[in-house]
Design a protein around this ligand. Structure first.
Ligand code: NAD
Length: 257
């Protein structure tokens, strides 16, 4: 088991990538804290993990709120005694997110509050806990859209994911000597609720699929496996990295420097 004796906190753990990671991390021996605004989904997942012989707990937390983030980290330490892995995965793609001209200020602010401030707040309260545990691994979820222009307008989302990548780099450098590794995942388009709600017509789905060399959407489980690699000691010399898991999109469109 690759996460034996580790405690992992996963934000946005009630659905999609976070849910797949919670199941996988628990199967690999981790004690898992699921933090999400979706209480029903999170509590149901705790039960499933329990039935599978794993250990998990749920804490209601909105990652855009400082108090909730402080409380979720405390919950991890109080329930399982420490924190080793912080998976900053929660994120939104607002259905009103569009071009620079048409996107509203409230969509912009909500996207930045959850996708960027939420990652920072996770780190603000999570880093002291990781330090108390003697080090650990932080995994931040960005997106392939931080690396190249998206075919569907989503200005706030794209900007937020660029910020996650630059935040990840600085965190990695600042905390490298403390045995705290910080890496980012850049998933391509996935068949999760987040994207399927946004690409809400067949035409929009096809427009996105045209750009994916593999010709299909990715699955949450495929990203969870990469998160497991970054969470575990298998990636012990990796920090500040951006792991692309995108069915070949960026290879097709980004020119090497
Ligand atoms: P999802 O919608 O299936 O799951 C996201 C989870 O985050 C949900 O359980 C939701 O309740 C939770 N959440 C939303 N706002 C929250 C908040 N303020 N506080 C706490 N929890 C909150 O989405 P997903 O596809 O699994 O996305 C997970 C991450 O992956 C996001 O950061 C997303 O931007 C990123 N991502 C997704 C795709 C994709 O195609 N689906 C591609 C690249 C990156």
């Amino acid at each position: 088991m690759r996460l034996e004796n580790k405690v992992a906190l996963i934000t946005g753990g009630s659905s999609g990538i976070g849910k797949a990671a919670a199941l996988l991390f628990a199967q690999e021996g981790a004690q898992v804290v699921i933090a999400d605004v979706d209480v029903a989904g999170g509590e149901a997942l705790v039960e499933v993990i329990g039935h599978q012989g794993g250990q998990a707990t749920f804490v209601k937390a909105d990652v855009s709120q400082a108090k909730d983030c402080a409380d979720m980290i405390s919950a991890a330490e109080q329930t399982f005694g420490k924190l080793d892995i912080l998976f900053n995965n929660a994120g939104i793609m607002d259905s009103q997110d569009d071009t620079a001209e048409t996107t509203t200020e409230s969509t912009w602010d909500r996207t930045m509050d959850i996708n960027v401030k939420g990652v920072w707040l996770g780190c603000k309260y999570g880093i002291p806990a990781l330090r108390r545990a003697g080090g650990g691994s932080i995994i931040n979820v960005a997106s392939f859209v931080a690396k190249l222009g998206a075919a569907t307008a989503q200005i706030a989302y794209t900007t937020s994911k660029g910020a996650v990548l630059s935040m990840t780099r600085e965190l990695a450098v600042i905390h490298a000597r403390e045995n705290i590794r910080v890496n980012a995942l850049c998933p391509g388009p996935l068949r999760t609720e987040l994207l399927m709600k946004f690409l809400n017509t067949e035409a929009k789905k096809q427009r996105r699929l045209v750009h994916i060399p593999m010709g299909r959407f990715g699955e949450a489980e495929e990203i969870a496996k990469a998160a497991l690699f970054l969470a575990s000691d298998d990636s012990s010399f990796m920090t500040g990295a951006e792991l692309l898991i995108d069915g070949g999109i960026t290879a097709a469109y980004v020119t090497p420097e």
